[in-house]
Ligand binder design. Structure first.
Ligand code: NAD
Length: 294
């Protein structure tokens, strides 16, 4: 079986690696948080690597599940002393499952191709719940048919694969999906803020909206359990969502398109990221909008 290195064992990476191990994948783990990495390796009875270089040396497929495209590029090529490129060999496959910038992914893919290494992008949707249940939507992009075929059984242990086109297409679709997700959440938040001021009960509003045409994923799965219950612990940070909107907005700019809703949504989420405490959950956009509505 193909040996796979899994880099980035955070809210998403840890449950994804668990499902890979459960399915019998031959794994080596790495995260900058050494304690988290060795605890998970012990739990799953798999290897952990001493660094990025070692992780790449030990594997045929290298999966990254990191916060953003710049961190992925730095993990691959430095400037730090320890990087994946030092351990890569021709014939290896790098699969970036992070939500990254399509243009950065395409540039990274070219650098890897010079080393004889194929790159695929395979960002995911479904949040921590579907990462745990192994039911993620996986948006798989790439140009190398043999690499796509080799990676498919490994990726299938984490969810359902949707082939999206050439390298970068998965990252483009993921950014656009999160534009819709973020906008649905923000718009529903504003509807509740206005309704509450008018005297409507927020719980009643969500119940009615969920039986009406205004419903969306956030009204159905986030408002009762995360926002109205003051829980705000979805496992998806607001800075990551703001980054995804910037990716979608940047993509539109690169294509020369004027898209006012996307532009405004991206600016608003980035402002919220600046205003809210570091580490805020993305559902705290509700608090930001509520505070700024008055
Ligand atoms: P996270 O912050 O919980 O985890 C990131 C992990 O990467 C951490 O454990 C961190 O220590 C590690 N890390 C950072 N830099 C590293 C490096 N150079 N080398 C090794 N490890 C490093 O983030 P997350 O929520 O798991 O998200 C990961 C990616 O998945 C992001 O791109 C995010 O946008 C995307 N995503 C998240 C969700 C979600 O619900 N959380 C859903 C879909 C997609």
């Amino acid at each position: 079986m193909t040996k796979t290195a899994f880099i980035g064992l955070g809210n998403m990476g840890a449950p994804m690696a668990r499902n890979m191990a459960k399915a019998g994948c031959d794994l080596v783990l790495f995260d900058l948080r050494v304690d988290v990495c060795s605890a998970l390796a012990n739990e799953l009875n798999v290897a952990s690597a001493a660094g990025l270089d070692d992780a790449a040396k030990a594997a045929d497929i290298i999966i990254t599940m990191l916060p953003n495209a710049d961190i992925v590029a730095a993990a691959l090529f430095g400037p730090g002393a320890d990087c994946l490129a030092d351990g890569l060999e021709a014939g290896n496959i790098v699969v970036d499952m992070s939500s990254s910038y399509p243009a950065t992914t395409q540039a990274t893919g070219k650098r890897l191709a010079d080393l004889g290494v194929a790159m695929l992008d395979a960002p995911v949707s479904g949040g921590t719940k579907k990462a745990v249940s192994g039911e993620l939507a996986i948006m798989l992009g790439g140009d190398d048919e043999a690499a796509l075929e080799t990676a498919t059984p490994v990726l299938e242990t984490m969810g359902r694969i949707f082939r999206t086109g050439p390298l970068g297409s998965g990252h483009a679709l993921k950014a656009l999906n999160n534009f819709l997700s973020a906008t649905g959440l923000a718009a529903a938040s504003e509807a509740l803020i206005v309704g509450q001021k008018f005297g409507l009960d927020r719980g009643t509003m969500i119940d009615v909206i969920n039986s009406s045409t205004g419903r969306n994923n956030s009204t159905e799965s986030k408002f009762h359990s995360l926002i109205l219950d003051d829980n705000f612990a979805s496992g998806f940070a607001l800075d990551l969502m703001a980054k995804d909107l910037r990716a979608a907005s940047q993509l539109a700019g690169e294509l020369g398109l004027e898209v006012p809703i996307l532009k405004q949504a991206s600016e608003m989420w980035s402002k919220a990221d600046e205003q809210l405490a570091s580490g805020a959950d993305h559902t705290e956009i509700y608090k930001y909008l509520e505070d700024n509505a008055i």
